[in-house]
Ligand binder design. Structure first.
Ligand SMILES: [Zn+2]
Length: 163
């Protein structure tokens, strides 16, 4: 969607570099955070296109399942989550930065994200689903991560399965 007098990219990044994000009103801040979250979905789209090109068919964001997994393979009873490294706190990852201001706010936010992810995963495993987490930074090498998803999907299947 293009708005008249559209938002300039550089103004977004300067908000962060100057730490001004924290001086915004809660509403402005959540608007900004929503935009960042939207950007996080681009790598997921690339992965989905790649999987589709391999002949795989899947459901998206199945609300019937715990945690509304990103990519669902119902016949295999397997799901894939594509996690943004910042929001979901990828261990030892350069993208999982710590904002310098309002440290306590961010610590609580991240802790609740991670706890929620663990609870979702545990609920899915308990219901007999296989779960694979794919990290945003890993999608730089799309083929490599795509092959990992294929291996994950084939795990526990007989050799007659195919794709
Ligand atoms: Zn990462």
């Amino acid at each position: 969607m293009v708005r008249a007098g559209s938002v300039r990219r550089e103004s977004d990044s300067s908000l962060f570099s100057r730490g001004r994000l924290d001086t915004l009103s809660p509403q402005k801040r959540s608007e900004l955070m929503a935009r960042i979250r939207t950007k996080d979905t681009e790598p997921e789209l690339r992965l989905r296109r790649w999987l589709h090109a391999q002949g795989l068919r899947y459901r998206l964001h199945d609300t019937a399942l715990p945690g509304r997994p990103d990519i669902v393979f119902p016949s295999r009873k397997k799901v894939v989550f594509v996690h943004g490294c910042f929001w979901h706190r990828h261990d030892n990852c350069g993208l999982a930065t710590h904002p310098k201001t309002r440290a306590e706010f961010w610590r609580a936010k991240f802790a609740s994200n991670v706890a929620r992810d663990r609870a979702k995963e545990a609920a899915l495993l308990a219901a007999g689903w296989g779960v694979l987490i794919v990290w945003q930074c890993e999608l730089d090498d799309l083929k490599r991560i795509g092959r990992r998803v294929l291996r994950f999907l084939d795990r526990g299947r007989t050799s007659t399965g195919g794709l």
